[in-house]
Design a binder for this molecule. Structure first.
Ligand SMILES: [Zn+2]
Length: 71
């Protein structure tokens, strides 16, 4: 997936955030830095929100394989 603004790579989390913050049916996505710019907030805040939504079990944010085993 490529960011529609800067053309950089979009992580699955950034994809989820685009859907969550813009439109669930969105088919073009922003990378995290561009999303942060769009919403005039720091990337760290988006990362916090991602963790928050993930903790709630939101299906838009699948757990990354690297994080397995920390439950
Ligand atoms: Zn971007």
């Amino acid at each position: 997936m490529i960011c529609r603004k800067c053309g950089g790579p979009v992580s699955p989390d950034a994809e989820g955030m685009t859907k969550k913050m813009i439109n669930r049916g969105e088919t073009s996505f922003f990378c995290l830095p561009c999303l942060a710019e769009e919403f005039k907030c720091p990337v760290s805040l988006l990362e916090e929100k991602i963790e928050h939504f993930r903790a709630q079990g939101c299906t838009l944010f699948v757990r990354q394989p690297a994080e397995k085993g920390d439950n």
